[in-house]
Write a protein that binds this ligand. Structure first.
Ligand SMILES: Cc1ncc(COP(=O)(O)O)c(C=O)c1O
Length: 365
């Protein structure tokens, strides 16, 4: 419950808070993105329902970004809406979905909404990724889907091309749907798409929230082969289209990706080093995964005896830094860690470097 109160506090103090709790991105982006939003407002483009297929050029730009040609792109209110449609359309009561623990649990909640069950494989152990043989062992006659979050939220582990291939082959062998959640792809320079190996039943969940900082715009996409998308679109409740300002921002962001992506990666690399050096100084704390292939770390605090919820509370209320206690991401391992995201300006990350050791010193048992 602490997190709900903390989010209200953080939003009330939005301008002062260092936002390391939701993997959002507050690094300044090119002016061109803001200009695209403002132009649309000035032209009152919002008077009309947006063209359902998406702004002219937007689905094409998403495909170009992914290097895919044959897939269909459904523009959605954030990647999470597409995942809802897919789980709703493809799962039936009693079905099983192979996933991980930790994971981004709101997708597991969507699986449960369809009456299906998530089988959570422990990846809070070396190499902190889902191995193909573990996935294969977890498959039963009821398994319908494999959920791959690559890079992983919260661990920041990224899969190699051959690991993605191995998992896609497990999915193919058992005729499973494969949700390839690539929300954090922009932070993983060697990222590989499962669609390259298993296009027919892979559905990509694509987000504009993290790389280019458009989380509040609520825009993303679901990408899959037209035949696969046909059945899923029956569950598209958003028949009147996605917010036009969000689409303008998304299109502009893709058009100038060559400008912002190198900057974002540079800031993220620097921030990772700062956090690593900070964690090293605190007895009992460690980073299970370094470097992160996403924009976040898990900091394991279990050897300190400190409660992650207390760490979240102290950092926020004493230092105006918002991180997230692990309970949001794992029922089993959540009491061992906090998750910190670092797509923030480096000056803000330096505040974390000062505050974290102080908070840990005050809480260590
Ligand atoms: C793994 C994962 N998938 C999906 C989402 C939702 O992304 P969006 O903001 O595009 O709905 C998140 C958000 O944090 C996430 O971590």
């Amino acid at each position: 419950m602490a997190s709900i109160d903390n989010f209200e506090f953080a939003h009330r103090h939005r301008r002062e808070v260092v936002w390391m709790s939701q993997n959002t991105n507050t690094i300044p982006m090119p002016r061109r993105i803001t200009d695209a939003i403002l132009r649309s407002v000035e032209e009152s483009e919002y008077n009309l329902y947006p063209f359902k297929r998406g702004l002219f050029g937007l689905p094409e730009a998403v495909k170009e970004d992914l290097g895919l040609e044959d897939q269909e792109v459904l523009i959605t209110n954030g990647g999470i809406e597409g995942e809802y449609m897919a789980t709703r359309a493809l799962l039936r009561p009693g079905d099983e979905v192979v996933s991980t623990d930790p994971s981004f649990l709101p997708i597991h909640d969507q699986v449960a909404m369809a009456g299906a069950k998530t089988v959570e494989i422990d990846i809070y152990r070396k190499d902190h990724k889902l191995r193909a043989d573990w996935a294969s062992e977890a498959v039963t006659p009821r398994t319908r889907m494999l959920l791959l979050i690559d890079p992983n939220n919260p661990l920041g582990s990224g899969y190699t091309r051959s690991e993605v291939k191995g998992l896609a082959e497990v999915a193919r062998e058992h005729d499973l749907w494969l949700i390839d959640d690539i929300t954090y792809r922009d932070f993983h320079p060697d990222h590989a798409l499962a669609s390259e190996v298993y296009p027919e039943k892979t559905l990509i969940s694509y987000s504009f929230s993290k790389g280019c900082g458009l989380a509040g715009m609520r825009i993303g996409a679901l990408v899959g082969m037209p035949e696969a998308m046909k059945g899923i679109k029956r569950y598209d409740t958003n028949v009147l289209g996605t917010n036009v300002l969000a689409q303008r921002a998304a299109l502009a962001a893709l058009e100038c990706k060559g400008e912002w992506l190198p900057t974002v990666r540079k800031v993220v690399n620097r921030n990772q080093e700062i956090i690593r050096d900070t964690v090293k100084k605190v007895k009992g704390c460690s980073l299970p995964v370094y470097p992160s292939k996403a924009n976040m770390f898990v900091i394991d605090v279990s050897a300190t005896g400190a409660d992650p919820n207390a760490i979240e509370d102290r950092l926020l209320h004493d230092h105006m830094i918002h991180v997230r206690a692990g309970g949001y991401l794992s029922k089993r391992f959540g009491s061992k860690f906090v998750r910190v995201s670092f797509t923030i300006p480096t000056e803000q990350c330096e505040k974390f470097a000062v505050a974290f050791p102080k908070v840990m010193e005050s809480l260590a048992k």
